[in-house]
Design a protein. Structure first.
Length: 251
């Protein structure tokens, strides 16, 4: 069996925490990280001293604020969120629906902001949540603007299904991505839950490359895509301009 390095063991401790396990005892950390109790105790102590972990009065550990401080330096995380937030708030005021901002990480989207709308639609999203690219509006908007090699590799891989409406056929996915590029918006209907529809648009960075996507999520039965699409495009364009993007030719 290959012996894990010290950095690997340290990262395993941090990886033991996720959205389903935000608070862990030392025993839990040891088990989830695959470490002996002695090793886990030593590493947890070092991380706690540094501020990456915090221990509450009952002896349970949580992620510490020091990691939040470090995460704030990520250009695709909190920094992007701060720039985008005024435009996301404007989009919420225009629609009063769920508004989201996401970036791509490999074959997944990572949500870095979410404003909850008045709809009772089942949105399985929170900040930091991940979903496969093909199953969400923001994911389709991001994937459609990846290079051809990335798209082909993704389409050739397994396409997870969450509802009977999830796109699982490579040919259909390619058609959808082409339509996203043509219209400038991505529409994902009932792919994650059978009652929700999302409309998304890409956000561009200073050089024109797509760096994020913004979307609104509404009840599928009441969705008015022709009304939502211009509002989402406007928000994406505003964020892009705030990031330094300038269109080659003004309309």
């Amino acid at each position: 069996m290959t012996t894990r390095s010290a950095p690997d063991r340290l990262l395993a401790v941090l990886a033991a925490f996720d959205h389903e396990h935000p608070a862990l005892s030392l025993t839990d950390i040891s088990r989830r990280a695959g470490l002996t109790l002695t090793t886990a105790h030593r590493l947890v102590g070092a991380l706690t001293d540094w501020g990456a972990l915090e221990r509450d009065g009952s002896g349970v550990y949580h992620v510490g604020l020091r990691l939040w401080e470090v995460a704030a330096l990520a250009p695709r995380g909190l920094a992007l969120r701060q720039i985008a937030l005024p435009y996301l708030e404007d989009l919420y005021e225009a629609t009063h629906e769920n508004v989201q901002l996401a970036v791509r990480d490999g074959g997944e989207v990572v949500y870095i902001e979410w404003i909850s709308g008045r709809s009772a639609v089942g949105v399985h999203i929170r900040v930091g949540a991940r979903w496969p690219l093909h199953a969400t509006g923001v994911g389709l908007a991001l994937l459609a603007h990846c290079g051809p090699e990335v798209q082909e590799e993704y389409c050739a891989g397994p396409l997870a299904s969450f509802t009977p409406y999830t796109i699982t056929e490579p040919v259909r996915l390619r058609r959808v991505l082409a339509e996203v590029r043509r219209t400038g918006v991505a529409v994902s209907s009932r792919q994650v839950t059978d009652d929700a529809l999302s409309v998304a648009a890409p956000v561009r960075g200073p050089g024109g490359a797509v760096v994020a996507a913004v979307s609104v999520v509404v009840p599928q039965a009441e969705a008015q895509v022709p009304v939502l699409a211009p509002a989402v495009r406007l928000a994406a364009r505003g964020i892009s301009r705030a990031l330094g993007w300038r269109p080659a030719k003004e309309p």
